[in-house]
Ligand binder design. Structure first.
Ligand code: G6P
Ligand code: MG
Length: 224
């Protein structure tokens, strides 16, 4: 039985994914590097430095480690400015209801995000006190598709991995959850992921609590 839900943040609870895109786009334009929405899709769930490495594959010259750190810092500065405008109303449709429904239904909830900006984003959208545990980019060394962030979230919730459902919008995140032995609800860009246990275009179209209740006994080996 699922007793805990681990939420990805960007693209699941709040649409910061668009701000990541805009910030990388500006950095890439300043450097004369090709960057578009298709390349951006591959950055979902991927850490800042790993994202930069992917973007630099299209660069016409080599960048030193020092230059790379400078570019990542520059991107983050643009991004941090963009997220200053975030408000609770910017939460994605169905996100707040899902969080509240699960809490009321006795399900433990956590954040499992690669972002080092997780604490300030939760603060901006007024969700800081809603979660039983937070595992984010500040606490891990390997980003999705590595399962580290989800395993840490489960540990912080004191829940076995096979009682956790992950909600993800990134293919890298779906893979991370599967590697952690967890079930996954794929939303947004991951709503067509064949590896997801269940899929929904948006949290607005599903009651996660009802789904959990209607699946009291899962054959985990069969599912995974
Ligand atoms: C999330 C986003 C990624 C982002 C990563 C790191 O997983 O989906 O696009 O690169 O967090 O974010 P940060 O705020 O630490 O740069
Ligand atoms: Mg995401």
């Amino acid at each position: 039985m699922i007793s805990a839900v681990i939420f990805d943040l960007d693209g699941v609870l709040v649409s910061t994914d668009e701000f990541h895109y805009l910030a990388w786009k500006q950095m890439a334009a300043d450097e004369g590097i090709k960057f578009d929405r298709e390349i951006n899709e591959h950055l979902r769930g991927i850490s800042r430095m790993d994202s930069l490495e992917l973007i630099l594959r299209n660069a016409r010259r080599h960048y030193t480690e020092e230059e790379k750190n400078g570019l990542a810092k520059k991107k983050n500065k643009i991004y941090v400015e963009l997220i200053q405008s975030l408000k609770p109303e910017d939460m994605l449709p169905g996100a707040k209801r899902t969080v509240e429904e699960l809490r009321t239904g006795g399900i433990k909830i956590a954040i499992g995000s690669s972002s080092k900006n997780t604490p300030s984003i939760l603060n901006q959208i007024g969700l800081t006190d809603y979660f039983d545990a937070v595992a984010d980019g500040n606490h891990i060394t390997r980003s999705k598709p590595d399962p580290e962030v989800f395993l840490l979230a489960a540990k912080r919730l004191n829940k076995p991995f096979d009682e956790c459902l992950v909600i993800e919008d990134a293919q890298s995140g779906v893979e991370a959850a599967v590697s952690a032995g967890m079930q996954v609800l794929g939303v947004g860009s991951a709503s067509s992921s064949p590896q997801a246990t269940i899929r929904s275009k948006s949290l607005n179209d599903i009651s996660v609590l009802d789904w959990i209740k209607s699946n009291p006994v899962m054959d985990y080996n069969k599912k995974l």
